[in-house]
Ligand binder design. Structure first.
Ligand SMILES: O=C(O)Cc1cc(O)ccc1O
Ligand SMILES: [Fe+2]
Length: 453
């Protein structure tokens, strides 16, 4: 029997079996899938156990302050330089990178789409990615892209890394296995996972579905981190121990494989004779993680009024300007509505930040109809929006007893930069041309005489 501390460090040989995880956010982890594979007391021994190669993967400049300094040490069958090398150009025409400002037929306005249609042919996760919006500039490491994905085949001998940013993956239908260099994560709808910039991975399907669908936030900027809680204190919102980082697991596979990369917006590929997921042991704090949104502990209005949605921030990617996120990942989880003498749904508003929303399950309280699981909406910089007419009517006239908003999970990628539509998004067949009509019932009630109308 392994001692508990040894179990936490233990990884998994051969890449078979269910994933194991270590709890915590931003921890310095250590894990090995073969006993003794992880050097102790130093990073770079003259010779590593099992003939492994030592390699450092840096997620921050070497000299970044401690709070943001991230790197991991990987002990692997071959160094990555034998997995990559000179690439040849390939194309993924639907995965776009900022700056990507295109002329399209759609006039400016509030936009909403139904879910991506299921793929007509077989395609894997990479092939199924469709960029909806881009913002900022990946070349200056600022901004983000909002993607939707729909796929129905596994990545088997294809591996990928994104040099342009980290990937926050939000499944909506169908669980996925994300096998990264540092280990593997099984991610079901209601869970999210994050693959760090530059880390190789592949995605395979879990369970039986017709389509595996979801959303991705590609963050070009500083890494997502937990927001400060201010006066909320040391608990609630997303708690660090609910984040799970995989234990080491590797594939020892000597068959033809392909490594693909997105680098400054263009795609490249190299053929190799083995799996690049050959990390037997690792330690450090630059690591993938997953998180179950159901473990988010919301804090909200317990007397009156509707607070800003920043109270529901799961992860924030700072921009360098205080309080001005490059991108926030915000959720609208199940919660009790108890506010007295209050219009409880979101107020009508205009916002300097740009809001891309998706729905994982259930219904969103500001939109009674039309915003469906797998659907998307875009309320761009300074464009007015808020509850639809029927939601307004119900919320202004309903009895204000405590009500539980249950079985609901919407989210928002909210960025400081305007989000530019791709041609794909502008022409997507599930675009709802009548979206604006959801507000058309908001009639004038003012007649110049005092009194509640
Ligand atoms: O527009 C939206 O539906 C998202 C949102 C929710 C909320 O409660 C307050 C502001 C906001 O942008
Ligand atoms: Fe909004």
């Amino acid at each position: 029997m392994l001692e508990k501390s040894e179990q936490r460090r233990a990884g998994e040989a051969g890449g078979q079996g269910s994933p194991g995880y270590m709890p915590g956010f931003g921890n310095d982890f250590e894990t090995e899938s073969l006993p003794g594979a992880l050097p102790q007391g130093q990073n770079s021994p003259q010779k590593c156990e099992y003939g492994l190669y030592a390699e450092q993967l840096s997620g921050s400049p070497f000299t970044a302050p401690r709070g943001t300094n991230e790197r991991s040490w990987l002990y692997r069958i071959r160094p990555s330089v034998r997995h990559t090398g000179r690439f040849r150009k390939i194309d993924y025409p639907h995965w776009r990178t900022a700056p990507h400002i295109v002329e399209h037929s759609l006039s400016l306005g509030q936009l909403r789409w139904g879910p991506l249609p299921a793929p007509a042919e077989e395609m894997n996760f990479l092939e199924g990615i469709r960029t909806m919006t881009t913002a900022g500039d990946a070349l200056t490491q600022a901004g983000m892209a909002a993607h939707a994905y729909a796929f129905n085949a596994d990545m088997v001998d294809d591996y990928f890394f994104n040099a342009d940013g980290e990937l926050l993956i939000v499944p909506e239908t169908g669980g996925i296995r994300v096998f990264t260099e540092l280990g593997k994560m099984d991610v079901e709808p209601s869970e999210i996972c994050l693959v760090p910039r530059g880390m190789m991975f592949k995605v395979t399907r879990l369970g039986e579905e017709k389509v595996w669908r979801g959303y991705i936030c590609e963050n070009y900027g500083a890494k997502f981190t937990l927001p400060d809680r201010g006066p909320i204190g040391a608990n609630c919102l997303a708690n660090p121990r609910d984040f799970k980082t995989p234990v080491a697991a590797y594939e020892d596979k000597e068959t033809p494989c392909r490594v693909q990369v997105k680098w400054c917006g263009s795609f490249h590929m190299v053929e190799i004779g083995h799996s690049p997921l050959d990390v037997v042991a690792w330690h450090g704090n630059y690591a993938p993680y997953k998180y179950d949104l159901k473990t988010y502990s919301p804090v909200g209005a317990i007397l009156f009024d509707h607070p800003d949605p920043s109270i529901f921030t799961v992860l924030t990617a700072p921009s360098g300007e205080e309080g001005t996120a490059n991108v926030d990942f915000v959720i609208f989880p199940p919660r009790w509505l108890v506010a007295e003498h209050t219009f409880r749904p979101p107020w009508y508003h205009r916002n300097i930040m740009s809001e891309f929303m998706g729905l994982i399950y259930g219904r969103y309280d500001a939109k009674e109809e039309g915003f469906v699981p797998g659907g998307m909406s875009l309320h761009n910089m300074m464009l007015a929006h808020g509850p639809d007419s029927s939601g307004f009517g119900k919320a202004s006239n309903g009895e204000l007893k405590p009500v539980k908003l249950d079985n609901t999970m919407a989210f928002m990628f909210e960025t400081r930069f305007p989000q530019q539509l791709t041609t794909f998004a502008a022409e997507l067949e599930t675009l709802q041309d009548d979206y604006m009509d959801c507000w058309s019932g908001l009639e004038r009630k003012f007649d110049g005489t005092p009194g509640i109308k």
